[in-house]
Ligand binder design. Structure first.
Ligand code: PLP
Length: 426
């Protein structure tokens, strides 16, 4: 179909009337939804509520319709309303892609079935024979995907401490095409200077990718510091209610050509997100700023409590002045997030397991970023896919406990941890 046809808002039923049509590869086109120019100038909390959505032209529905369809009728041979098949494009997904793009300040996005499929979409941009640099304590699933790509496709991978800029500089090879930055990292909350590492990557012709799952665009916007791509597990804070798995890849405003590439890779891998899940994430986004403030308030209270507790050896929380990169966190981030990890003084499995079993408000579960608090043991749960040697190198000992602070009252969370620590066996 011609450009004119699918952008014509006068065609009855043409979704261009309420969503700008985004066939794969064209999401960066100017003027998505009718409200886009208004939303572009708004403050972040207003963007969270309005980005990507507007009253539906058919019935005035305030929330976007869930286009729960696999396929779209053609109006005539070679003429449709901008969508042909939901794997390739869907108006509900386009609304979410627009919203995430606006929040990150990017050129365009593609939404995927899980965070891991977002990771895969980004990795599939790499040409054959590439080398990649990666944060040493990245999420275990990302590590597993990289190790798979190494074994199956010959991807060369170097894991290193990205805070050590000299080591990063020295690690580049002729064929380094990507630097994978997870900041703060999972589970030890180590930070990478996005501006410095992105500049090194750019100088060497490599893409700087930031996994922004831990902070969300409310608390960290990597494109402001030179990143080329942002990856999300929207399963976490963006959705925020522990009822969806999803992901997103967003291209930087100065990388519009990447929009088409990420969208077409998502389409060819078949990893695009279902319309219903997109709707749920879009709903979650509306309260993102409010939730992030509450997560952070709770995390600060819990981190301060843990830091002063005699049974605790170390607390990893970038919001604490004692965090070795607190200054970078203050400068680079727009908040400190809701994730904490800590180590018990005597971190034997018996004591750690007792703690995991004894807390009442913290559910023992993987994942993070939901409204309810979770507790996890990275070595046996989220990072079990790493070899013991890789965990040792990354500093993920058996004594490390990870907390995802929900939006409960901080006093209840602190009291719960206090009681559990009090009851630890000697
Ligand atoms: N990136 C980070 C930082 C994560 O913590 C996770 C999951 O925990 C992922 C990516 C993968 O996301 P998903 O579980 O939605 O596939």
């Amino acid at each position: 179909m011609s450009d004119e046809a699918h952008l014509d808002p006068n065609i009855p039923g043409n979704p261009a009337y309420h969503f700008t049509i985004v066939p794969p590869g064209t999401a960066a086109r100017a003027g998505w939804s009718r409200r886009a120019p208004l939303v572009a100038g708004a403050r972040l909390g207003t963007k969270c509520v309005h980005a990507g959505v507007q009253p539906d032209s058919a019935y005035g529905a305030v929330m976007p319709p869930i286009y729960q369809t696999s396929t779209f009728a053609f109006r005539d041979v070679c003429t449709n309303a901008g969508y042909d098949y939901t794997r390739s494009g869907n108006p509900t997904r386009a609304a979410l892609e627009e919203a995430i793009t606006v929040l990150e300040g990017g050129a365009g996005a593609t939404c995927t079935s899980t965070g891991m499929s977002a990771v895969l979409v980004a990795l599939n941009l790499l040409p054959h024979g590439s080398h990649l640099l990666c944060t040493v304590d990245c999420y275990g699933g990302t590590f597993r995907a990289l190790e798979h790509a190494r074994a199956a496709y010959g991807l060369e991978v170097t894991y290193l401490e990205l805070a050590d800029l000299e080591a990063v500089r020295a690690a580049f090879r002729e064929n380094t095409r990507m630097v994978w930055i997870e900041t703060p990292s999972n589970p030890l909350l180590r930070l990478t200077d996005i501006r410095a590492v992105s500049a090194l990557a750019r100088a060497r012709g490599a893409l700087a990718v930031v996994d922004n799952t831990f902070l969300s665009p409310v608390q960290q916007r990597p494109f402001e510091r030179g990143a080329d791509l942002v990856v999300h597990s929207t399963t976490k804070y963006l959705n925020g209610h522990s009822d969806v798995v999803g992901g997103a890849v967003v291209a930087a405003p100065n990388q519009p050509a990447l929009v088409q590439r990420i969208q077409s890779v998502n389409n060819l891998l078949g990893t695009s997100q279902s319309p219903h899940d997109c709707f749920l994430v879009l709903r979650g986004l509306k309260t993102l700023q409010l939730r992030m403030r509450a997560h952070e308030a709770g995390a600060r209270a819990v981190a301060e409590f843990l830091a002063g507790h005699p049974a605790v050896a170390k607390v990893h929380y970038p919001g604490l002045p004692s965090h070795p990169q607190h200054a970078l966190a203050t400068e680079q981030q727009h908040g400190f997030g809701g994730m904490i990890s800590f180590e018990l003084k005597d971190g034997s499995r018996a004591r750690v397991d007792h703690l995991l079993r004894t807390v009442r408000w913290f559910t023992l579960a993987e994942s993070l970023g939901g409204v309810e608090s979770l507790i996890a043991h990275p070595a046996s749960m989220t990072h079990a896919s790493m070899s013991p040697e890789a965990r040792r190198r990354a500093g993920i000992t058996d004594a490390v406990v990870r907390l995802s602070i929900g939006i409960e009252e901080p006093e209840d969370l602190v009291a719960d941890l206090a009681a559990a620590l009090e009851s630890l066996p000697a």
